[in-house]
Design a binder for this molecule. Structure first.
Ligand code: OGA
Ligand code: MN
Length: 219
């Protein structure tokens, strides 16, 4: 749905078990799934504080990555400050516990054999963005499912920073969709299949990005 989603007035509403099944089915059918208000308001608020503490003077990160059979180098450009989770705060531990529930659920329904989860907190400054990319490449078999959680309260469409998702062509030929990064929204994507992009931010944007991976020995 272009333009994102409205937040219900009660922002602490949780997704129930049957809806969570729907979420994983969406992931299998379309290659991505979107769940507004999945994460609790208080959890997002505490992780937002961690994001705010990240210095914005980290500068630009730019990297070239090999892609496709011709090993063409494609530049992906990002301007953001990131910090890997180390499980040292209640907020991180709670998000990791939610991710573990999702991991078990995804494995039960999709038999993906997801084994571990890694996550980072990201602060994208005003003027920041993340150019179109995918998170993992066929052959590397490391990142299988990507997770994104949005932390900013009261994010307005005018603040920019939408997540633009290109539905994988084998699933549909629909045009890209833009998701407004509202506090509590969960995104799941098949890491090897879904191109996505963070649009230009007009306000500092806080998020968590995580990846469910196979057992290291299978890489
Ligand atoms: C990423 C990413 C999306 C977002 O960190 O790889 O694509 O909306 N993040 O923050
Ligand atoms: Mn990504």
């Amino acid at each position: 749905m272009p333009g994102g989603y409205r937040r219900p007035s009660n922002s602490t509403v949780r997704v129930t078990e049957p809806e969570q099944s729907g979420l994983i089915e969406q992931l299998a059918l379309k290659g991505y799934a979107i769940a507004p208000d999945f994460f609790k308001y208080e959890l997002c608020a505490s992780l937002q504080q961690e994001a705010d503490a990240l210095s914005l003077d980290g500068g630009a990160h730019e990297a070239g990555i090999g892609r496709g059979p011709d090993q063409q180098i494609e530049r992906r450009v990002r301007r953001a400050r990131i910090q890997w989770f180390d499980g040292s705060t209640p907020g991180q531990l709670e998000l990791l516990a939610e991710a573990e529930k999702l991991r078990i659920h995804i494995n039960k329904l999709l038999f993906l054999g997801l084994f571990e989860f890694e996550a980072q907190i990201a602060l994208t400054p005003v003027g920041g963005f993340y150019a179109r990319h995918i998170d993992s490449f066929h052959g590397s078999r490391s990142r299988i499912v990507s997770l994104v959680a949005y932390l900013n309260d009261d994010w307005a469409t005018a603040d920019g920073g939408c997540l633009r998702i290109w539905p994988p062509s084998e699933h549909s030929h629909s045009p890209p969709i833009d998701v407004v990064p509202r506090r509590g929204t969960l995104i799941l994507m098949l890491s090897e299949k879904v191109d996505h992009e963070v649009m230009l931010c007009h306000r500092a944007r806080a998020s968590v990005a995580g990846w469910f991976r196979l057992r290291s020995a299978q890489h």
